[in-house]
Design a protein around this ligand. Structure first.
Ligand SMILES: Cc1cc2nc3c(=O)[nH]c(=O)nc-3n(C[C@H](O)[C@H](O)[C@H](O)COP(=O)(O)O)c2cc1C
Length: 327
C-alpha cells in the first residue's frame, strides 16, 4: 500500500508538507519505522494554473521549494508538481520546464471544481471532454523525459459519475503513469458520501496504478475504501489534517494513537516555521486554519481554537503555546 498526501490549494503548502512528512516532532521512543516520513510515500503541490503562458523558474520554485532539495520534503518524501489548464501546448511547455527544474513527477489536475478555475477552462470542466484530456496528457507525456512520471487526478465525472471509466481510459491511453480518482463528480462537490465502489470499474480496467481518494478519515474508512474500490493505494487529504498520524496508523497496526500534547508540538513547530516565512499579521492564520481541521478529531483543538482565535501578534500566540506546552 502506498499513501499519497493530497494537494490542497491554500492549505497544504511546503511547510505543512514538511510537518506532515517529517519525523522531527514525532515520537522517537516508539521505534516506529515509518516515523521518519509520517507514513506518507509521496506528495503533490498545490496547482499551478496555466492559461497560455510559460511561467519563469521562480514561479515553480515558489510553488515547490522542494525543487531545491531534489523535489523531496526534508524527510525525503518525493513531491510531484501539479499543473491545471486546458491548453495542451501551454501545459506541455510548463511541464517541460518543471521537469528541467527537477520535479519528481508532473501531476495534471482534472478535478478542481472551483468556479474561477472552470471559467478559465481547466480543472473539472474538462471532465466533459475526454478527448481534450487525452490531448493534454499526451502533449505533456511527449514534452517531458520518460524518466519523469506523468500522473493525473480526476473526479468520477462532471455530473454523471459513470463517465469516470471513459476519462480514465483516455488518460491511460495517452501515456499517463498513474491516476488518482476522487470518488465524486464535480456536481457532488465535497458532499458526503464518497462513492468508492464507483472507482472499481476503473481499477479493474486499467493496467497503471489507480489510487482512491475521498473521505478517508479513519483506518476503518481506509479498509472499506480499499475493499470497495479495488485500490490498495490511497490518497489522504483532509483526513491527514484532522488526524496527522492517520498514515502511520494505516501502515502500522501497532501504532499508538497520538495524544493532543504531540499535536500541540506539531502545531507549534508549524507556527515557528510560518513565523519565519510570513508577515507577523498572517503568522497565526495558518495555525488557526489547521486547528479547524483538527477539531474534527481532537476535542482539545476546539478549546485551543477559542483561545487563539482573537490573537494577532505572534508574541501573544507564542506565549499561549508556552502556557499550553509547559503548564
Ligand atoms: C481546500 C482544498 C483545496 C484543494 N486543492 C486541490 C488542488 O490544488 N489540487 C487538487 O488536485 N485537488 C485539490 N483538492 C482536492 C483534494 O486533493 C482531495 O481530492 C479532496 O479533498 C478529497 O480528499 P479528502 O477527502 O481526503 O480530503 C482540494 C481540496 C480542498 C478541501
Amino acid at each position: 500500500m502506498r499513501l499519497l498526501l493530497a494537494p490542497m490549494e491554500g492549505v497544504l503548502d511546503f511547510q505543512l508538507r514538511h510537518i506532515l512528512t517529517s519525523g522531527s516532532a514525532f515520537d522517537s521512543q516508539s521505534g516506529d519505522k515509518f516515523n521518519s516520513n509520517g507514513g506518507i510515500d509521496s506528495c503533490v503541490t498545490e496547482f499551478l494554473r496555466v492559461i497560455d503562458q510559460e511561467f519563469p523558474n521562480k514561479v515553480f520554485r515558489r510553488l515547490c521549494p522542494e525543487l531545491e532539495q531534489n523535489s523531496r520534503t526534508l524527510a525525503g518524501v518525493p513531491v510531484s508538481l501539479q499543473l491545471l489548464g486546458g491548453q495542451a501546448d501551454a501545459m506541455a511547455a510548463n511541464a517541460a520546464r518543471a521537469a528541467r527544474l527537477g520535479a519528481h513527477a508532473i501531476d495534471l489536475n482534472f478535478g478542481c471544481p472551483a468556479k474561477t478555475v472552470n471559467k478559465n477552462d481547466g480543472g473539472a470542466k474538462l471532465l466533459k471532454e475526454p478527448d481534450r484530456i487525452h490531448a493534454i496528457v499526451k502533449a505533456v507525456r511527449q514534452a517531458v523525459p520518460m524518466t519523469t512520471p506523468v500522473t493525473a487526478k480526476i473526479r468520477l465525472g462532471f455530473e454523471d459519475r459513470s463517465a469516470g471509466l471513459c476519462i480514465a481510459l483516455a488518460i491511460a491511453e495517452a501515456g499517463a503513469d498513474q491516476i488518482v480518482v476522487h470518488a465524486r463528480s464535480k456536481v457532488d462537490a465535497y458532499r458526503p458520501p464518497a462513492y468508492w465502489r464507483e472507482i472499481r470499474p476503473i481499477s479493474d480496467a486499467l493496467k497503471i496504478p489507480v489510487v482512491a481518494n475521498g473521505d478517508i478519515w479513519s483506518v476503518d474508512d481506509a479498509k472499506r475504501c480499499q475493499d470497495e474500490s479495488g485500490c490498495s493505494d490511497l490518497m489522504l487529504g483532509r483526513g491527514m489534517l484532522a488526524r496527522p498520524d492517520l498514515a502511520l496508523a494505516l501502515k502500522n497496526p501497532n501504532h499508538q494513537e497520538w495524544h493532543w500534547e504531540k499535536i500541540l508540538k506539531l502545531l507549534y513547530e508549524f507556527f515557528c516555521f510560518g513565523a519565519d516565512h510570513y508577515p507577523e499579521k498572517f503568522s497565526g492564520n495558518r495555525v488557526k486554519q489547521w486547528l479547524n481541521y483538527l477539531q474534527r478529531y481532537y476535542l482539545e483543538a476546539e478549546v485551543f481554537f477559542q483561545q487563539i482565535k482573537s490573537l494577532r501578534r505572534s508574541s501573544d500566540i507564542r506565549a499561549l503555546f508556552m502556557t499550553q506546552l509547559y503548564p
